[in-house]
Design a protein around this ligand. Structure first.
Ligand code: NDP
Length: 267
């Protein structure tokens, strides 16, 4: 027999395994009804997965699922309600089977000078973008580790990489995610669970379009800081998520992948 260089992975067979396929996998995508989360869902469906998307607005989720097709389902859930998360995952696994992929995508932002941010605003952002991610990740990881298989993805941001004005709480939450990814990757990898982050640059979504349209200077600055000279599309994050969730990334854990048109290079 010919060695494929990975003793723990099966040797190539006559029927080559598509390492980018998510066929037969089940993914939970928080905030999957809009923007980046919706395109992650669409890309994962195209790669063969089934998806469950969550969010707080039922009408948004219902419309998204109607568009995504029959391998997609939704559940209304607010990730900040920690007590609901065990039941959420239990309901998903009872109805659809074991979860293979968790994408912690739900997030909120707010632009305000640091000195004007109230304690409540700071707490709300960090609670949604960081604390809730930790809570849901723990619920899912426990089940995945028991099955010795699973992938957890965090949607981070360039705000975790360098200073962007007026997003202190957001930057703190995303930098927190980046730190957490490394620790969880180290703790979970022995049990077959990989943990990675994707750090999007400027991606055109309803959220970012409104912010940019309200502040043309910011749009120009963003363009100047992006070597590829254009904004990314939500599906660019979707493709990266499929890659990191698939067997093509089986030896990648604890990483943060910038998908940013070169924004993080700095120039
Ligand atoms: P959107 O506002 O379009 O999507 C955010 C999603 O999160 C919505 O579907 C929203 O649904 C959901 N959500 C918000 N709060 C909660 C909550 N408490 N519980 C459950 N769901 C929630 O923004 P984007 O698609 O742009 O952002 C997605 C992720 O990508 C975020 O984590 C963001 O920080 C990150 N990102 C985005 C960038 C960009 O340029 N767009 C750049 C870098 C990172 P609902 O309101 O119905 O709950």
């Amino acid at each position: 027999p010919v060695s494929n260089g990975h003793a723990s992975h099966p040797a190539p067979t006559a029927q080559p395994h598509n390492v980018f396929s998510l066929e037969g996998h089940l993914a939970l995508i928080t905030g999957g009804g809009s923007g980046i989360g919706l395109e992650i869902a669409r890309c994962m469906l195209t790669a063969g997965a089934s998806v469950v998307i969550t969010g707080r607005r039922e009408e948004v989720l219902k419309e998204a699922v109607a568009d995504l097709g029959e391998r997609a389902a939704y559940l209304v859930n607010d990730v900040t309600e920690r007590a609901s998360l065990e039941e959420l995952v239990e309901q998903i696994e009872t109805t659809h089977g074991p979860l293979d992929i968790l994408v912690n995508n739900a997030g909120i932002n707010m632009k305000k000078p640091a000195l004007e941010v109230t304690d409540e605003e700071f707490d709300r952002i960090v609670h949604t973008n960081l604390n809730a991610v930790f809570a849901l990740t723990r619920v899912c990881a426990q089940r995945m580790m028991a099955r010795q298989r699973g992938v957890i993805l965090m949607i981070s941001s360039m705000a975790a990489y360098y200073g962007i004005d007026r997003v202190a709480a957001y930057a703190a939450s995303k930098a927190g995610l980046e730190g957490m990814v490394k620790v969880l990757a180290s703790e979970f990898s022995g049990a077959g669970v990989r943990v990675n982050a994707i750090a999007p640059g400027f991606i055109e979504t309803a959220m970012s379009r409104t912010a940019m349209n309200n502040d043309p200077d910011r749009r120009d600055r963003a363009m100047r800081r992006t070597p590829m000279g254009k904004f990314g599309q939500p599906e660019d994050i979707g493709h990266a998520a499929v890659f990191l969730a698939s067997d093509a990334a089986r030896y990648i854990t604890g990483a943060s992948l910038p998908v940013d048109g070169g924004n993080s290079i700095g120039f």
